[in-house]
Design a protein around this ligand. Structure first.
Ligand code: NAD
Ligand code: MG
Length: 400
């Protein structure tokens, strides 16, 4: 009998997925890979299957799943292959799985991550879009399923480490004497770019983050600072905070990953090198600690740590995210959907960088939000927002 903890990685071929496998491999005595999943990268998932030998592999795309199955059969590897959202939900909730790393990018992560929460798993949440879309539903699923929710986003993981131990999802921070959450962000690659040059920014420039290597969608979100906006919403649901209790602080060095200010004037911060293996190892080991493979901060070489107020004029997406959060209901889901469509169009060079915010603003104005209520309602408003965003983009071919 294996006493090792079974880990399923949703989105194992992505940036977070690969970092997670790196940490797991360092601790093969403690963890076993149960399932690996990807969208359609057959070769990438095949390589991971051969190295990490999961029991199950899932591809969201059914044709890709068939190709993976053929390749594994030809190699004589007895790994079960599943397909589609049903397959993702199945491995997220499987009995063999103890921990689920939720690292699919975007709204596609919502249903499998919810399945993990309902099944009472330890959910290591990187997929912030799931929480932005369906915060109350997600927090309820965690509570009702008896799940543990551990944040992987470096800022939220830092905040979690600075909050009193044992505060569970959505519980409310004020009772613990917290005054404010100080959510840090680097300001991305365009923090100092002259504003008149922003319309010409290319996908590669937007993805060249000064401190972090990440997937392309979150890299663009960091360049618009929509990422910070999504993180403000994420923090509200994770920690039971109000928008007024969260302050965004620009910190270009990305060494302080976030801070918590208490009513007596104390501020606790979590520091570390910008390497996602730190929060991943933290969440895997919590409440213990594990070697992550990341280096240690060399304070003698840190020239300075700077902190500034964010520039809402330069980063309209940050303003829009606060507006959606305050509007409540399905407004954050609408914001998120519009942003996903706009970022994809930008990455495919169909719209300019500065049009991302314009798309999101237009969709928030055009699509009425509703009290969040059910998952069906959230998915309906998400779909409507995608349609309206798509129409805006199609109507302006000259934007490219
Ligand atoms: P990525 O693009 O590198 O990887 C995404 C993964 O999701 C891949 O394995 C891909 O195959 C899978 N995927 C994509 N679309 C899918 C679909 N429709 N169905 C099923 N699977 C699908 O992204 P990433 O940078 O690893 O980010 C993953 C999540 O983690 C995002 O929500 C991001 O905001 C969050 N996050 C990432 C970082 C980081 O450093 N990369 C930091 C904090 C939070
Ligand atoms: Mg982050």
């Amino acid at each position: 009998m294996s006493a090792r903890t079974g880990v399923t990685i949703l989105g194992s071929t992505g940036s977070i997925g690969v970092s997670t496998l790196d940490v797991l491999q360092r601790h093969a005595d403690r963890f076993r890979v149960v399932a690996l999943t990807a969208d359609r990268d057959v070769e990438g998932l095949l390589r991971q299957c051969l190295t990490h030998e999961p029991s199950v592999a899932v591809m969201a795309d059914p044709q890709a799943a068939r190709r993976l199955q053929d390749r594994l059969l030809a190699l004589g590897r007895p790994i079960e292959v599943l397909a589609g959202v049903a397959g993702l939900e199945r491995v997220a909730a499987a009995g063999e799985t103890d921990y689920v790393m939720a690292a699919i990018v975007g709204a596609a992560g919502l249903l499998p991550t919810l399945a993990a929460a309902r099944a009472g798993k330890r959910v290591l949440l990187a997929n912030k879009e799931a929480l932005v879309m369906a915060g109350p539903l997600f927090v309820a699923a965690v509570r009702e399923g008896g799940a543990e929710l551990l944040p992987i986003d470096s800022e939220h993981n830092a905040i979690f480490q600075c909050l009193p131990a044992g505060l569970s999802a959505g519980e409310g921070i004020v009772r613990s004497g917290v005054r404010r959450i100080l959510l840090t962000g680097s300001g991305g690659p365009f923090r100092l770019t002259p504003l008149e040059r922003l319309p010409e920014a290319t996908p590669d420039q937007a993805c060249a983050h000064p401190n972090w290597r990440m997937g392309r969608k979150i890299s663009v979100d960091s360049a618009t600072m929509m990422n910070k906006g999504l993180e403000v919403i994420e923090a509200c649901w994770l920690f039971g905070a109000t928008p007024e209790q969260i302050e965004v602080v620009v910190h270009p060095q990305s060494v302080v990953h976030s801070m918590v200010e208490y009513r007596d004037g104390s501020v606790l911060a979590q520091l570390g090198n910008p390497d996602m293996r730190v929060p991943i190892a933290h969440a895997l080991a919590w409440p213990q600690r594990l070697d992550s493979g990341a280096g240690f901060v060399d304070f003698a070489r840190l020239a300075a740590l700077e902190f500034q107020a964010p520039d809402f004029g330069r980063f309209p997406c940050l303003r829009l995210a606060f507006a959606a959060l305050k509007a409540g209901g399905t407004a954050p889901a609408i914001l998120n959907a519009a942003n996903e469509v706009a970022v994809r169009a930008f990455l495919e060079r169909r719209i300019r960088f500065t049009a991302i915010a314009a798309v999101v603003e237009h969709v928030l104005e055009r699509v009425c939000h509703h009290p969040a209520g059910t998952l069906a309602r959230i998915l309906e408003d998400d779909a409507l927002a995608r349609d309206v965003a798509g129409e805006w983009i199609a109507a302006r071919p000259s934007e490219a």
